[in-house]
Design a protein around this ligand. Structure first.
Ligand SMILES: *Cc1c(COP(=O)(O)O)cnc(C)c1O
Length: 225
């Protein structure tokens, strides 16, 4: 068995079957994605629109693509026709943009609210205060062509496990508070996307429903972005 296939089987054996594995294939060639696909893997994550567009046409159409990187408004129109989930929605303006592009083609697009949980300023995401303000004014619930399916977050890049655990616990609390206050009657608001190669075990302990794994499946990336 190839490394990639073996890595996927190993990861799946480590996590509960209720936790979705998103294979993060950024910077990796189409041939690697095919190997993963042939194990039955169907959820793949990319962080750049151009790279995603280049790869997807060369790959089977039943792949469910997740966008996991910061999305610029002017690129929304390219991905809305096929994207399975936009995990990295980090502003109200972006929600509005996704909604309007989806409306044009009569699609409903699943989105996660990316929440800033790390200490690093460089990571994107809403604060809970911003989300509460938007929710209270019902701005978000007026957007009928997006379906808010939960939250996503990235922990601080650190070896201090307690710090990572605290941040994932915070994201779970954010999810619960949003659910209780605004999405009680939504069957869709159920995902907590957290956990990467270095911290997925902690994330699963803290209630992750979706982990996004790149290097543990495909090997180290040449250039980190
Ligand atoms: C690159 C990336 C991942 C995967 O990172 P690994 O450490 O290689 O598993 C997960 N989530 C996001 C948002 C990423 O950009």
């Amino acid at each position: 068995m190839s490394d990639i296939a073996g890595n996927i089987h190993f990861l799946k054996s480590q996590i509960p079957s209720s936790v979705k594995l998103v294979a993060v294939s950024k910077t990796k060639p189409v041939s690697d994605i095919i190997v993963a696909y042939n194990t039955g893997q169907r959820y793949f994550g990319e962080n750049r629109v151009q790279e995603l567009m280049d790869k997807k046409d060369l790959l089977p159409s039943d792949i469910e693509w997740h966008l996991i990187g910061h999305l610029q408004s002017n690129k929304v129109k390219y991905i809305v026709p096929f994207i399975s989930m936009i995990q990295s929605v980090d502003s109200y303006n972006l929600l509005v943009k996704v909604n309007s592009e989806a409306l044009k083609i009569k699609r409903v697009v699943d989105c996660l609210l990316q929440i800033h949980i790390a200490t690093e300023e460089t990571k994107f995401g809403f604060s809970m205060q911003e989300l509460n303000e938007n929710m209270k004014s019902e701005n978000i619930s007026n957007l009928k062509n997006i379906r808010i399916s939960g939250v996503m977050g990235m922990a601080t890049f650190t070896s201090y496990k307690d710090q990572v655990k605290k941040e994932f616990g915070y994201l779970r609390d954010c999810f619960q508070s949003l659910k209780d206050n605004y999405f009680k009657s939504s069957d869709y608001f159920k995902e907590i996307s957290m956990g990467m190669s270095g911290d997925y075990e902690i994330a699963v302990q803290e209630g992750s429903t979706m982990i996004r794994i790149g290097s543990l499946i495909f090997g180290e990336r040449q250039h980190q972005e």
